[in-house]
Design a protein around this ligand. Structure first.
Ligand SMILES: Cc1cnc(Nc2cc(F)c(C3CCN(C)CC3)c(F)c2)nc1Nc1ccc(F)c(N2CCCS2(=O)=O)c1
Length: 308
């Protein structure tokens, strides 16, 4: 009980206010599984007349101590973020009986960018893709302003709210950069999305706003490849380094080909200015990479080209 109560007390006054009562949270369907968590679509229906709002509810799969701590940090992170391009925190559902708590978020009806692009790739325009790019960049500028490093920026973690709005989601790996340093060094590697990692993250486990910029470039590659599985970063990188390497060596081989200046090839039909943006994000030395505000200007200029 004490552990449960200590978590409860740890929540700020503001977070405790947004409490969702379990008895009014009606399960509708499972949306998917991600970092240690499962996300369900629920209707929060206190009036019991099916007029309540639809919400996305994330709960831990295993109540392992380390996962609990990560989940609590994820809740602290997402509840402190207020930005149009970041999925909104609604509150927490603290199930009285069980130890587990659940994170309640706004529901985005179109799902992840990957499923959206698969479905609409035949009608989506370059302009629309640049609009999505600009929104993700604005979300990342805000995240950087709050001194957060996302560490898992990838198309699978971008959610689509409407045909004209996408948001950054899944803060399971997000860390705060300490005030006295420009980067965060992780100890446990866990399930690492190494094909989205900057060289310094592969070799020294260093994560910074500049490593998020590298991942942003990989996300841009996914988007302008219409999130096609045959063209995804993991598939293309494995093709370059040889697919039969066991995972420990994979990081080393990936680092080496990046050191030798291999990069993901330009997606078919990708505007030259957009590929040039990706290549700038993939500068080997982190200080040579653009900031998200410089990227915003480059995106605006590409949008101009598409307008004329
Ligand atoms: C916070 C949030 C808000 N809205 C939504 N809308 C949403 C709407 C949908 F139609 C779908 C799909 C679309 C495709 N068809 C076949 C099944 C349902 C969908 F997947 C999601 N999803 C949220 N989260 C979420 C859900 C599910 C997740 F797997 C992950 N993760 C992904 C990487 C780590 S993760 O576990 O965080 C986050």
């Amino acid at each position: 009980v004490s552990e449960r109560d200590s978590f409860w007390r740890a929540l700020s006054k503001q977070q405790q206010q947004e409490v969702y009562e379990e008895r009014h949270l009606k399960f509708i369907s499972s949306l998917g599984k991600g970092n240690f968590g499962r996300v369900d679509l629920c209707r929060y229906d206190p009036l019991g007349d099916n007029t309540g709002e639809m919400v996305a509810v994330k709960q831990l799969q295993s109540s392992k101590q380390s996962n609990m701590a990560d989940f609590q940090r994820e809740i602290q992170t997402i509840s402190s973020l207020h930005c149009d391009y970041i999925v909104k925190y609604r509150g927490i559902c603290y199930s009285a009986g069980r130890l587990s708590m659940r994170l309640v978020m706004e529901f985005l009806p179109f799902g992840s960018l990957i499923s959206y692009m698969e479905k609409y790739k035949h009608i989506i325009t370059t302009r629309r893709m640049l609009l999505f790019t600009s929104q993700i960049c604005k979300g990342m500028e805000y995240l950087q302003h709050m001194r957060y490093v996302h560490r898992d920026l990838a198309a699978r973690n971008i959610l689509v709210s409407s045909d004209t709005l996408v948001k950054i989601a899944d803060f399971g790996l997000t860390k705060i950069v300490p005030l006295d340093k420009e980067y965060y060094r992780v100890t446990q590697s866990g399930e690492s999305p190494i094909f989205w990692y900057a060289p310094e993250s592969l070799s020294e486990y260093k994560f910074s706003h500049k490593s998020d910029v590298w991942s942003f470039g990989v996300l841009l590659h996914e988007l302008f490849s219409y999130c096609e599985l045959s063209r995804n970063p993991k598939r293309l990188s494995l093709h370059r380094i040889g697919g039969d390497i066991q995972s420990a060596m994979m990081t080393v081989h990936l680092f080496n080909v990046l050191k030798e200046n291999w990069r993901l090839p330009a997606p078919a039909l990708c505007p030259p200015k957009v590929y040039s943006m990706m290549m700038q994000c993939w500068a080997f030395n982190s200080e040579d990479r653009p900031t998200f505000s410089i990227l915003q200007d480059l995106i605006e200029s590409s949008l101009q080209d598409e307008r004329e």
